[in-house]
Each structure stands twice: as C-alpha cells, then as structure tokens.
Design a protein around this ligand. Sequence first.
Ligand code: NAD
Length: 439
Amino acid sequence: MISRRGFVHTLGAGAAGLSISSTAKSYAQILGANDRLNFAVIGLHSRAYAHLASLKANQKCAKITHVCDVDSNTLKKFADAVQKSFGETPATDRDFRTLLNAKDVDAITIATPDHWHTPMAIAGLQAGKHVYVEKPCSHNPAEGALLVEAQRKYGKLVQMGTQRRSSPLFIDAVKKIQDGLIGRAYYAKAWYSNTRKSIGVGKEVPVPAVLDWDLWQGPAPRQPYRDNVQPYNWHWFRTWGTGEALNNGTHEIDVCRWALAVDYPNRVTASGGRYQFKDDWQFYDTLVTSFEYKDKLISWEGKSCSGMKLYDRDRGSVIVGTTGTVVLDSGGYEVYDLKGNKTGDFKEGKAAASSDLTGADNMTDLHFANFIAAIRTGTKLTQPIESGNITVTLLQLSNIAWEVQRELKLNPEDGRILDDPEAMKSWSREYEPGWAPHL
Ligand SMILES: NC(=O)c1ccc[n+]([C@@H]2O[C@H](COP(=O)([O-])OP(=O)(O)OC[C@H]3O[C@@H](n4cnc5c(N)ncnc54)[C@H](O)[C@@H]3O)[C@@H](O)[C@H]2O)c1
C-alpha cells in the first residue's frame, strides 16, 4: 500500500500525477486520519445529492455537520438523507448566515441557484470557511472578479464545481494533447444537446408556506412568486440564471480552454435564439459562439431542445491539432489522424447524460477528494477560482455578445470589453438594495 507520505507527495506533484485507476475511496483510505473536516451543504434540492454522495465517498476525511435550504421540506428531506448516509443528524437552518457563525464548520458547499453563488461564497470566506462553489461561480463577470479578489484577501480555498478538472481521464488526455499527441492544438469545439420541455407562461401564485422566498431571492431584485420558476427553471430567467452556455457549457468549454492552454480571447461573437418554444424562457435554446484567440479558436454549440448528438455524444469536446484530432467526454476519448482514421481509443468511466440533473459521478468524488486534500495537506486545487472564473467569464461574455447582437472586442489580459460601454453595462448586475456583495 502507498504510504501517506508518498500519497501526499503524489498529490503535491499535481493532480496529473494521479493514476487513472485512482478512486476517491482509495484517497480516503490513505488519508484516513482521525480529524475529519466538517462540511455545511447549502441549497439541497438536486445537485446537493451529488455533494452528499461525494462527501460520503470521502467520509474518512469529511462529514456533513450542517445543512441549509430556504425550503423546509427540502431541508428535512436532505437532513434525513445525511442521517441515513452518515449515521449522524446534521444541524439544520433555513438561513445560511446562521451556519456561517458555527465555529466547527470548516467548509461550505454551495448548490443554490446561480445568483447566490458569489455573494454566498464571499460570505463564507469572510466567515473563515473554505468554499466549494458549483459552476458557474458567479452570475456576472464583475462578481467573478470580486470572488477572485475575496479569495486572495481572506485566504481560504475556493474550488469551483467543474469536476472534469479532477478526472484522471481528462487530466491524461489534456496532458497528452499538450505533449503533442495531435501536433499543435489550435481549434476546440464543445457542444451540448438535450430535449428540454417548454417552461410555459407562469402565473403569480402565493408563496408556498414552506419557502422563504425573500431569502431565495437574496441579492436579486424582488419579484412576485410565480409557479414556473423553481426548482430548476430559474436557469432560464436572467435575474437568477445564466442560460445553457453557463449551465452546461462551463464544463466542456473549460476542457477546451484547458486543452488549448488559453485564457481570455481577443474577440467573441454569439448568435442564437429561443426558437423551439415561445414561453417565459429569457435566454436562447440554440446558441453558436466563437471565441477567437491570436492563433486559436474555441467554438460552442448549445442545443437545449434538440437531442441530436454530435460525434455520437450528447455533449463533449473535440480538439483539433496540426496532425490529428481528439474527441472526448466523461466516458473516454478517441484519437484520429488527419484523415479521420482512429488511432487510439481510451474508455474509462461513464459518459455523463444531458438528462441527469444531479450528475453524481466519480469525477465529482475526485473533485471533492482534491478539495479536501488541498485543505488538509496544501496540495494544489485542480480548479481554483482564478481558473474557474476565466471559463465562466468567457461564457458570460458569450451571453453578452448574444444580448447586444454584435462582436465584442476584449482586453485579453482580463476579458473586459473594449470600446463598447453599452455591452459593459452587462458586466455587472442590479442588486436588491442592501444585498450587493462587497469585501
Ligand atoms: N457540477 C455539475 O455537474 C452540476 C450539476 C447540476 C447542477 N449544478 C449546479 O448546482 C446548482 C444547483 O442546481 P440544482 O439543479 O440543484 O438547482 P435546484 O433549483 O434544484 O435547487 C436549488 C436549491 O437551492 C435552494 N436555495 C435557494 N436559495 C437559497 C438560499 N439562500 N439558501 C439556501 N438554499 C437556497 C432552493 O430552495 C433549492 O432547494 C446550480 O448552480 C447548477 O448550475 C452543477
């Protein structure tokens, strides 16, 4: 068996040093010291169950001591699931600020709607907690920049929930690409397809007695409660959500950016619309985006309402180089030569289905294992917030380009939009008075 010291050394050398067969379970066994980290999980409806499964997979090093949701039914159901899973009943609260006061909480995980991610993450950092924040880390680019600044100021760790960064399969593929597997990689395309139904036209209804609608809205300007907003459909309303490009594109565009080793582009163009249904949905259901770099290109094609696959996959990334192409998703990757003949095939894990809302998987177990190891041993995070925020900002810029219907020229140093004050207005958002995050 590998020694604890040896293991820490392997992690210290970077996640790329992990073997492809490593599992979170084996990390936990190796790191199995007595002191377990106390986690508080916030926002408990769907994705939080993947957090629960991943913390369970890392239970030798972590446990859930606190849980929080603004919906009492959701809160109780999740607390029961934690009890069943860990054998201990967590403290429950509808207001996350109460659990931030708990001295024994080491880390929080955030699986609320997007408009809460940055304000809650910053509050967590200010309370001295490490933060695992779901993608996208922010609702708009100004928030993302503020979160990066907050992480530096308060010094605790922030991992963003783009779990492919901790997957040995992706780490292996990206390393090989960067080592010249397909020559010089210059083009990457990511796509996503799903068959989402219409969200209809909502009507104002009384707020359910179990829900604290004021705290659900938090930083977002107040609106009456409607019957087609939550759970989940808030993704398609601009005041809370960020659209499919951020909802799913964050994963695959992040892989493209990682494989091509690029940060901010020089130019962004985006076209699309809400074509399939006419309803309350405020974003596109079909979007095609180009991110242009000096000598590289990334493109995104998101189809929320047509399940037609590309390269036989619901979702994935294809990386094109001077001598070949790699097609990859969470189930594996294939290598092709310039003529399209397959020269390599690596299968590992299970391809993520577009229809799986919680997305519990081994990659997430490993992403949590990395976060826990980073807290405990100082190993590097695989998706620290500075890096996660670049991918998120890119996709938010794609939303802005779609909204203003023109090309955006960017400062490649920080992604800020050049010579377009109107587009720059969407760099930030309007807040409910008194709720804007600040350091
Ligand atoms: N990494 C991944 O693969 C992955 C997969 C699915 C979802 N996600 C992300 O997870 C997040 C949650 O998605 P979901 O599908 O679970 O959404 P959901 O709407 O099903 O659940 C969100 C929950 O947050 C609660 N909530 C809202 N405001 C709150 C507050 N102030 N305090 C506590 N709880 C609050 C709601 O009551 C609800 O129970 C999203 O940002 C999504 O992008 C990531």
